[in-house]
Ligand binder design. Sequence first.
Ligand code: DQA
Length: 152
Amino acid sequence: MAGETILVLNGPNLNLLGVREPEIYGNETLAEIEEACLERCAELELRLDFRQSNHEGELVTWIQDARGNAAAIIINAAAFSHTSVAIHDALKFAELPVIEVHLSNIFKREPFRHASYISTVADGIICGLGSQGYLLALDALWRLLHGNDEET
Ligand code: DQA
């Protein structure tokens, strides 16, 4: 059975992927992104814990619980990226490698999306590459956790 658990967290409105502004976020559903992450985790021998919530407090609780239980966190906090000091604080508390992902290039969009409370606690940031960003984040975490000496 696969090794370390990677917690992948998705924030508000990401449950609507595939229907919501497909010209910005693409046609893939969140379930399809989860499936692609599962496949990549099987290849990398990682365990996937993939979640979505529209509620800030629920995300905060999941991040708190990750401390000591998960090996790393990938987070697309969606709109909470631009507003949530609580998620920022929880990620600091978790003391885990964190990769921030956004499907869209937030810097090409409205000014209110240019700042993220997640970025200052993230080890890496991937944005603008659509759902591929999640898979790149898994690859990057594998290297972070295992060093650069082995090729996958
Ligand atoms: C998003 C970008 C955010 O600004 C937005 O609120 C989202 C999705 C992205 O994945 O591109 O809901 O995080």
